[in-house]
Design a protein around this ligand. Structure first.
Ligand code: TYM
Length: 338
């Protein structure tokens, strides 16, 4: 007789966001929006990866506040704690423990090739820590600890998920089938939202002018889109052409992801209209999406007891799964059971 529980188990999803700043429109469209769409079909764990955040210096009080705000935002975005496991990474100590083991199965050269490490070590040239370097190992531990089948992320995290697979394959090659090999899940629309100020770089929390935050007020969102860089062409027509019209193409992607339309539908809608009419329409679509989230986040943040209960229960459920994997790993590598 087969093992029934494994046969009927839904596929599992793991993903996380660093509380190193406010959630952005990029992290919403690239990640959270898809997380929500997976709630029914998959067993989902969504994490606030505070241990990743300290790979660059953080203000402790601010980090604490952001982690709690991020939890409230997850819930406000529709990640119902009754339907998924929401938790804070540092509450489940197995992440750090598995990361140590996996670090012993990861090559220095592999980590040196990570694009994000190269970028961040340039940005923080005075503080290139071992943590910044080994960060993808901790991310691999996050995913493998839960035997996740898929990892919904934006395009910038694909390389890290691929490294995670490589590490898992290597480990399985030595010890047998210990880890499920995860697939990256990259959305069709919104996988790489670009800065409103410079459409050649990714929208990121470290660039507040080019970045829309999920908690921005409508007037700020309107102002940011009004100032968004469109393209220096004389055409003034709304058409998707990332090569020649990166600014407009980025706005089109945001519009489609926010309004739930295809590129063809959006192009048809704005045919014959210039950027002047288009930009406020993008702002309105974004506001319609973010405003209810902002209001609900503010409401939840007034109920700290509820948030505490959510993260405590989440950590308990996550730890039960994590313990199982870590025990197996410790046994495989030859540690005596304590
Ligand atoms: P982080 O915190 O930088 O970003 C969180 C998620 O948002 C996506 N994202 C974007 N998507 C589209 N356009 C953008 N401009 C944009 N900016 C951010 C990211 O791709 C990501 O999905 N290492 C991860 C956090 C992490 C993790 C994990 C993710 C730690 N452990 C395990 C998945 C599984 C990170 O720094 O994401």
């Amino acid at each position: 007789m087969g093992n029934e529980t494994t046969e009927i188990r839904k596929k599992r999803i793991f993903s996380g966001i660093q509380p190193s700043g406010e959630l952005t429109l990029g992290s919403y469209l690239g990640a959270i929006k898809n997380w929500r769409e997976m709630l029914e079909e998959y067993d989902c764990l969504y994490c606030i990866v505070d241990m990743h955040a300290i790979t660059v210096r953080q203000d402790p009080a601010l980090l604490r506040r952001r982690a709690l705000t991020q939890l409230a935002q997850y819930i406000a975005c529709g990640l119902d704690p009754e339907k998924c496991i929401l938790f804070i990474q540092s509450h489940v100590h197995q992440h750090a423990e598995l990361a140590w083991v996996l670090g012993c199965y990861t090559q220095f050269g592999e980590l040196g090739r990570m694009t994000q490490f190269k970028q961040k070590s340039q940005q923080h040239a005075d503080n290139i820590t071992a943590g910044l370097f080994t960060y993808p190992v901790l991310m691999a531990a996050d995913i493998l600890l839960y035997q996740a089948d898929a990892v919904p992320v934006g395009a910038d995290q694909k390389q890290h998920v691929e490294l995670c697979r490589d590490i898992a394959e290597r480990f399985n090659g030595v010890y047998g089938d210990v880890f499920t090999l995860p697939e990256p899940f990259i959305p069709k629309m919104g996988a790489r939202v670009m800065s409103l100020g410079d459409p050649s770089s990714k929208m990121s929390k470290s660039d507040p002018d080019g970045c829309v935050f999920l908690l921005d007020k409508p007037e700020d969102i309107r102002r940011k889109f009004r100032r968004a860089v469109t393209d220096c062409d004389t055409e003034n027509c709304v058409r998707f052409d990332p090569e020649n019209k990166p600014g407009v193409s980025n706005l089109l992607t945001v519009y489609c992801a926010a309004a739930g339309k295809t590129l063809a539908e959006a192009e048809a809608e704005f045919a014959g209209q210039g950027y002047g009419a288009f930009k406020p329409a993008v702002a309105d679509a974004v506001i319609a999406m973010t405003d209810p989230i902002r209001a609900e986040t503010e409401r939840l943040l007034r109920d700290k007891a509820y948030l505490q209960q959510v993260y405590a229960q989440g950590a308990e459920k996550a730890a039960a799964l994590a313990r199982r994997t870590l025990r197996k790993v410790y046994k495989k590598v030859g540690f005596i059971e304590g």
